[in-house]
Design a protein around this ligand. Structure first.
Ligand code: G3I
Length: 433
């Protein structure tokens, strides 16, 4: 399949549509998380017509993608995939104020939610003896108010966004001893998972434990103290013990929660995938209560190939030989417009690039559907729902603006949204070869 540069007439039509939509009550656009104003859920008067074409007619001409995310006739993403997988997003509690556009958008399009930052230990347990559950409690209240919303807790054991005090203590060089770190992990998991027993359906119990360069456990030079401090508790020759203990503790604290081991680059780096796979296999064989694996999927427009991603899912699915109920989730999907090595600060989101992103998303979701049909994929969670909130703004290049999600900075459905919902609607801009 080859992307065709849009014919001038199509480009002009899209440009007109963009202009026509400029009157939609808009969010304040910033590179950080913008405050979205509350807007109507029906089409504002200014966009009920596009030239001579009504919005509903435009739907059938592939132009409907400039509709607000909360517009009534915009398909609900979660319903499009109701027979395939749960569809979710990362979210923050400031986006869950009842009645706001972000609240309405979240409930219209998604049925599973992950806290982007607020359940990370650095915020919940900032110092010894101090637990702050204010934000997580709001997340739970959102779940209580919306019983169909499934909640994911993110995350318990991670080298990043963990409080520094956990790793300090009476050991060599002022570092915590194995016993001290184990005691902190135990207290944290008991307190947090116990508090939300029956409320959080999935926990990312261990996050990013594996090294990019070796595929083995992350070590000190990769900013992780977990394996180096906790070590080989059971003397079986590996240092998976901090992972194993975390899973046992989480299982005990909430026997019904589904416990996930989560990592990135699994879909694009065979070394990482193989190391992760071997470790999970070994732990499953020893009876460690791992219920599922999470493939983060922070991918790029041109990398990895869909087939590589698919092969990663299928490799992980072979672990069902050990645990037939093993869950596979895509946990943090976004598609950067930049290659990893690209230093640019901006990319022109012209019709060609919007279309490329739409095709990328269409291909991905076609593959996800196939894997779900084989029983290999249970959930897809996007790492955010509109471009302005994405961590990929400013990272890895400070000052960068990115466009990796399905709704733009004004909460307008992008062509990528239509690629996911119905790829025939983007066909006008794509030439099949
Ligand atoms: O809360 C402080 C604020 O008080 C301060 O003024 C501001 C100044 O920079 O920083 C704020 O904290 C930021 C935090 O997000 C909340 O916005 C941190 O600097 C920033 O580093 C942090 O980034 C988060 C990142 O994890 C941390 O590693 C991203 O939002 C979040 O999307 C990202 O999520 C991770 C997943 O948890 C794990 N997988 C990778 C994924 C993307 O990095």
């Amino acid at each position: 399949m080859k992307i065709k540069i849009l014919k001038p007439v199509t480009a002009i039509a899209i440009a007109m549509l963009f202009t026509a939509c400029n009157n939609v009550p808009a969010a304040v656009v910033t590179d950080t998380v913008p405050e979205i104003q509350n807007t109507t859920t029906s089409a504002p008067a200014e966009i009920t017509t596009v030239g001579e074409t009504t919005v509903d007619e435009a739907m059938f001409e592939g132009k409907e993608y400039r509709l607000p995310a909360t517009y009534e006739t915009l398909p609900n993403l979660k319903d499009v995939f109701a027979d395939d997988f749960y569809l979710g997003t990362a979210i923050n509690t400031f986006q869950l104020e009842e009645g706001t556009d972000t609240y309405n958008l979240a409930l219209k399009h998604f049925n599973i939610f992950t806290t982007e930052n607020e359940m990370k230990p650095v915020y919940v347990n900032p110092s010894e003896g101090v637990f702050d559950f204010a934000a997580p409690d709001k997340f739970i209240a959102f779940g209580d108010a919306n019983p169909d919303a499934i909640l994911r807790g993110h995350t318990l054991v991670w080298h990043s966004q963990a409080p520094e005090w956990w790793f300090k203590g009476s050991g060599e060089g002022g570092r915590a001893t194995s016993d001290e770190l184990m005691a902190r992990m135990t207290e944290y998991i008991n307190t947090t998972v116990g508090r939300y027993k029956g409320k959080i359906k999935y926990w990312d119990v261990v996050n990013e434990a594996f090294s990019d360069s070796t595929g083995q456990l992350r070590q000190l030079h990769e900013q992780s103290y977990w394996a180096p401090i906790i070590g080989d508790l059971d003397g079986d020759g590996d240092e998976y013990d901090f992972i194993e203990q975390a899973f046992y503790l989480a299982r005990e604290a909430d026997p019904d929660a589904k416990l996930i081991i989560n990592d990135y680059n699994l879909e694009q780096d065979p070394r990482k995938l193989n190391g992760f796979y071997d470790a999970v296999k070994s732990m499953l064989e020893q009876g460690v209560p791992i219920d599922g694996v999470g493939i983060q999927a922070h991918i790029q427009l041109e990398w990895p190939s869909i087939i590589n991603f698919k092969m990663a899912i299928e490799k992980l699915a072979t672990l069902k030989e050990i645990n037939p109920d093993l869950i596979i989730q895509v946990t943090e999907l976004d598609v950067s417009m930049y290659a990893w090595s690209d230093q640019s600060l901006t990319v022109d989101m012209n019709a060609e690039n919007e279309t490329k992103l739409a095709v990328r998303y269409a291909d991905l979701f076609d593959m996800f559907r196939e894997e779900a049909a084989k029983g290999n994929l249970e959930t897809v969670v996007m790492w955010g729902f509109y471009d302005g909130m994405s961590w990929l703004n400013d990272y890895p290049i400070p000052g960068r603006t990115n466009h990796p999600l399905l709704f733009d900075r004004d909460l307008i459905a992008k062509p990528a949204f239509w690629g996911v919902v119905d790829r025939t609607k983007i066909d006008a801009a794509v030439e099949e070869e």
